[in-house]
Design a protein around this ligand. Sequence first.
Ligand code: FVH
Length: 303
Amino acid sequence: MRTTSTTPPARTGVTLLGLGAMGSALAARLLGEGHPVTVWNRTPGRATALVERGAESADAVAEAVTARPLIVACLLRHPSVHETLDPVVDGLRGRTLVNLTTTTPVEARELAAWAAGYDIAYLDGAILAVPAMIGTPGAQIFYSGSQPVYERYRGVFDAWATSTYDGRDAGMASLIDLAMLSGMYQMFAGFFHGAAMVGSEGMTAARFAARTAPFLSAMTNGLAAHARVIDGGDYTAPGQQSLEFSDLSHLVRASEEQGVDPTPIAAVQTLISRQIGAGHGSEGLARVYESLRAEAAATSGHA
Ligand code: FVH
């Protein structure tokens, strides 16, 4: 098969920095797919099983970053990336860094700018999977930043998960990831609150989960309709549940009457009350979105 200069070799050599639960899973998957892999971890002793499967273990991070053309960081948070790479940045010049460490969008953009200053091709990534899912169709990894890097190393990325490229803004993958996780954890908080409410009368969380899971799953069918209203900006359009109808003070009261902390549902009621108080009671529930954007814009300049 004729290869072009942009076609990576059949099996790309990869350096994996960070052999925690996720980094180890990423390295193991690449080994299983026949990629040459060099691994490094701050605390020695985490590479044994991977070396037995054929990985090269680098004692020093300076050795690790010069061992392969593609360097993947799977550390802990933003500071750990700089702590690891700042001392060896000269070895990274002209190479490619894919950062799968969880960072905020602003931190991802900072790393992209830092990389550009040292002629390092940079792609940020956000993993939506637990380690055991790596290599299975259910795993997702979002990428943003250098599109040439994304296209050049798709063979590596697709070995790990279903890959999505979210554009040249290096912060976008992280933003989408954290926004989705925000919805997930608020759903979990709602479940924990509901379980506490029924638990106050002796219903087990398991029985409540069996009742509420199908309901919550069905309610996600309404997200697209809310999205159409938000994107269209017309909260007066017919067919919406009004904010007044959505007043949740009775849910807050019921929680308190059961002796259950109403914090999760009280937060939603606060958002609804804010819109009603501003005179939008007859408009659709989705107008809560405008409160959330207004608050953010007031403090971070994203008007
Ligand atoms: N595990 C998961 O389910 C989630 C799924 C979604 C994405 N996350 C993110 O992946 C990054 C790594 O997560 P992890 O599960 O591998 O985390 P740990 O098992 O705690 O391993 C952390 C590794 O990072 C190294 N490390 C921490 N601080 C530093 C530092 N200052 N300098 C250098 N390395 C550092 C740590 O090394 P050591 O403690 O063994 O010496 C581990 O290799 C993470 O961003 C998740 O949010 C996983």
